[in-house]
Design a protein around this ligand. Structure first.
Ligand code: GLC
Length: 793
């Protein structure tokens, strides 16, 4: 058996980091796996709780849940009944909650495996989503470890939701579901003739749910049920369902029950005998499609093939970039889990246990899409196209939208549209694909323009939203959504937006030069100058930068404020953008170190708001220390790592990193409570009685950024159009590290030697045996492997 990494009392990483093994079902919170193929998705916790959806968890839910992360008792279950004794238990800990003789959950990349042993019956249930089709497979291996023959019955059970979720008017919604048993498929189908979407006449709630859900089995079921009352029994529970007292399910289907899916299968096993059974659950486009999918995957070989495809698919995303540093937590997270979290949960499934979403956020999924750059930059490019098409001619963008109804929210947020040029720049720096700038994309309100023009429209929109003294307006809010009361009269200002814009312009100027767009180059240069002057004039508060001013001119994030006197973002972005000179950069980061960098990473502000303040926004309505109100908001806390590294402060950069790198929280896991293999949206700040508790795990934009700050700012290796910059900023104790990555189809194998034990400074670089004169390597573009030896000193 391999080494157990970051072991705590609930689990550990396997030696290769590819699985997290949970050894007790009673983790402090549900520890989940969000599995998706980009269309069909499922989430499963260590107890067996979870649910499934296709395309959108709120518009097209397949199985029902009502969010309750304390009980974690909505799942898709398999009951196992001993026909001799009538004793029963479940393949996952929930819903029967028997103390098993053995219980282990392996959350892997694209799958979970739950092993259990009860009454001398060992089960291994593997759950995964087929790569290119809208279904999940539960592959159950069942083994008789007894000395006598065992006769068992298996019963699957879950509730159909079919469409809108949560279906709060369930008594109404259930009336439209129709279930059937399909002999050819060894299973059930479910349809629904009601959906909140608009029909062809633009009328909502008067249309069919256009899919067919199915649940089938590789064995022929001896019975089935589709009504919750039949299965659970009136006033009974999932823990003790009535179905377990009856020899057979009722075999009733139709329109008049409370729709569930349940199949009953007989399994007889000689001593030592094993058997595999496959169950499918999916959401097809039509009855024929359902028939095809169920029949195709209803067999062991096809299920095993599909599982191999899952592994191949993930290898493609994970293996093109690999770091090996003395920090195992950094290795595991960077190489494996952050990529998985960003792709599977954030971009594809867009839902976690703590946030059931399904929509696309304009800025959120654009940022997430940076995770594609090292393995498949086309992924980033596609997202840029999609988000550009959510822009109007005036430069404004849909703040978020739902993928099926296409409905969304337009807001006067002051930064969302700016992420389009920001991520475009990152894409260009990686790929040098300037042709993309000429690609035409339609505007939401008609007409089309090149990507370059789309970016310009974003920037021009920002230029048009300045206060009379030349600072960008806050509008509905900036990146910090909770600052929702500061600028709604379009007078309040955001210094952070000013810095963000400055950051974008600094790079966009050279792109505009490339396009020979002289007037715009001049305009950008002028605005840069204006921003540098004004932000340093009006935004500097002595030891740090202000966050904002309110509509009435009051300062926010100023030393005279009793609450929220310092905010993180304007300090770290003053450094990241380069708007602060060296002296101020150092001073404001010293203030970050003093007030914000605490035990579990950098707080978003200090001190927290303790009473609601309508003029600041809903951020003040959170309890002190929760989320944006003075907690560690992981997304922004990752940017602090970059700011410290840019100042060359390797110790602080690493400290700010280490404290938010989840495996490191295995040491105080009962304080942390969250999964040690994915980032949390936030962790509680010092005034919370749960200081250090990680929450809103999985569905957070921090995953991609934690990956990026590690490779680009701690390891310091980052592409810059047609060169690769090598500028490590590492703990001086490290002897070195290696980093292999694809770049424009070349492979760079970089070995950094730090036997000099410095934290910064490159003494020598040798590429394929030839010494280069600077720490910037010109890319080859020859699709070959290149060995880069770096000596620090
Ligand atoms: C949430 C939003 C994100 C926003 C952040 C800070 O994570 O999805 O867009 O920037 O909160 O408020």
């Amino acid at each position: 058996m391999g080494k157990k990494l970051f072991q705590n009392k609930y689990g550990y990483f396997t030696e290769d980091g590819r699985e997290y093994v949970i050894t007790s079902p009673k983790t402090p919170k549900p520890w989940a796996n969000a599995i998706s193929n980009g269309d069909y998705s499922t989430i499963i916790s260590q107890t067996g709780g979870g649910f499934s959806w296709r395309t959108s968890a709120t518009e097209n839910r397949i199985t029902r849940t009502f969010q309750d992360t304390i009980k974690d008792d909505w799942g898709k279950y398999i009951y196992i009944r001993d026909e001799a004794t009538k004793d029963y238990w479940s393949a996952t800990w929930k819903p029967v909650c028997k103390e098993s003789d053995f219980y282990e959950v392996r959350h892997g990349i694209g799958y979970s495996v739950i092993k259990s042993r009860d009454n001398n019956i060992a089960t291994t249930m593997k759950i995964f989503v087929v790569p290119d089709n809208p279904l999940e497979i539960w592959e159950l291996e069942i083994e008789n470890t007894d000395t006598k023959e065992r006769q068992l019955n298996l019963f699957t059970y879950f509730e159909w939701a079919l469409g809108d979720a949560p279906d709060i008017n369930r008594e109404f919604h259930k009336l439209f579901i129709d279930t059937k048993y399909n002999v050819k498929m060894n299973g059930l189908t479910a349809e629904k003739c009601m959906w909140s979407m608009e029909n062809s006449r633009g009328q909502a709630g008067n249309t069919n749910w256009p899919y067919v859900a199915f649940h089938s089995c590789s064995e022929t079921p001896i019975a089935y049920d589709t009504d919750k009352e039949n299965f659970i029994g009136m006033y009974s529970s999932e823990e003790h369902p009535k179905a377990m007292d009856n020899s057979k399910l009722t075999c009733k289907t139709g329109r008049y029950g409370d729709a569930i899916g349940a199949l009953q299968v007989t399994v007889n096993l000689e001593p030592g005998e094993k058997k595999k059974i496959v169950f499918t659950l999916g959401c097809a486009d039509s009855m024929e499609h359902a028939d095809y999918l169920a029949n195709r995957y209803n067999n062991i070989d096809e299920s095993e093939n599909a599982f191999n495809e899952v592994n191949k698919m993930w290898d493609k995303y994970l293996n093109t970039e690999n770091i090996n540093t003395p920090d195992n937590g950094m290795n595991i997270m960077t190489n494996i889990w952050l990529k998985y979290q960003a792709l599977s949960c954030r971009i594809w499934g867009r839902t976690g246990y703590y946030q059931v979403n399904g929509g696309y956020g304009f800025r959120d999924q654009l940022q997430d899409s940076l995770i594609y750059l090292e393995n498949n930059p086309e992924g980033t490019k596609d997202r840029l196209r999609i988000h550009a098409s959510q822009q109007k001619n005036d430069g404004s963008v849909t703040h978020w939208w739902r993928p099926i109804s296409k409905k969304g929210q337009v807001s006067r947020c002051s930064d969302d549209f700016l992420w389009l040029p920001c991520i475009t720049i990152a894409y260009l720096k990686e790929t040098n694909d300037f042709d993309f700038m000429d690609e035409e994309i339609t505007y939401l309100d008609g007409g089309e323009g090149s990507i370059y023009e789309h970016c310009k429209k974003s920037i021009n929109r920002s230029f048009a939203m300045f206060s009379p003294r030349g600072i960008p307006l806050m509008g509905a809010h900036d990146w910090n959504d909770g600052l929702s009361g500061i600028g709604i009269d379009m007078k309040g200002e955001s210094f952070w937006v000013g810095e963000f814009l400055y950051y974008i312009l600094s790079d966009f100027i050279s792109i505009a030069q490339e396009k020979e767009d002289k007037n715009f180059v001049e305009k950008c240069k002028d605005i840069c100058e204006l921003l540098r002057t004004n932000i340093n004039k009006y935004g500097w508060d002595g030891k740090w930068y202000l966050q904002a001013t309110q509509d009435n001119g009051e300062k926010v994030g100023a030393k005279y404020n009793e609450q929220g006197f310092i905010y993180l973002n304007p300090q770290i972005w003053a450094v990241i953008s380069g708007i602060a000179d060296n002296d101020r950069a150092k001073k404001c980061m010293d203030s970050v170190s003093k007030y914000l960098l605490k035990d579990y990473g950098a707080l978003l502000l200090f001190p927290e708001y303790s009473t609601p303040d309508e003029k600041i926004g809903y951020i003040t309505r959170y309890a002190p220390g929760l989320r944006e109100n003075g907690g560690v908001y992981t997304h922004a806390a990752t940017w602090a790592v970059r700011a410290y590294a840019m100042l060359g402060d390797a110790d602080k950069a690493y400290e700010a990193y280490r404290k938010i790198c989840p495996p490191n929280r295995s040491n105080d896991i009962d304080t942390y409570m969250g999964e040690p293999y994915v980032t949390p949206g936030n962790s509680d700040g010092p005034t919370s009685p749960y200081y250090g508790r990680g929450s809103w795990t999985w569905f957070t934009g921090s995953a991609q950024w934690l990956h990026r700050v590690a490779v680009q700012w701690i390891l310091g290796i980052r592409p810059n159009y047609n060169e690769l910059i090598i500028d490590p900023c590492i703990p001086k104790e490290w002897n070195g590290f290696t980093y292999t990555r694809k770049l424009q189809d070349d492979i760079y194998m970089i070995e950094v030697d730090n036997s000099a034990h410095v934290s910064k400074g490159v003494k020598e670089i040798i590429v394929d045996g030839v010494k280069v004169e600077s720490n910037k390597i010109a890319t080859f573009g020859d699709k070959k492997e290149h060995v880069v030896k770096v000596i620090m000193g």
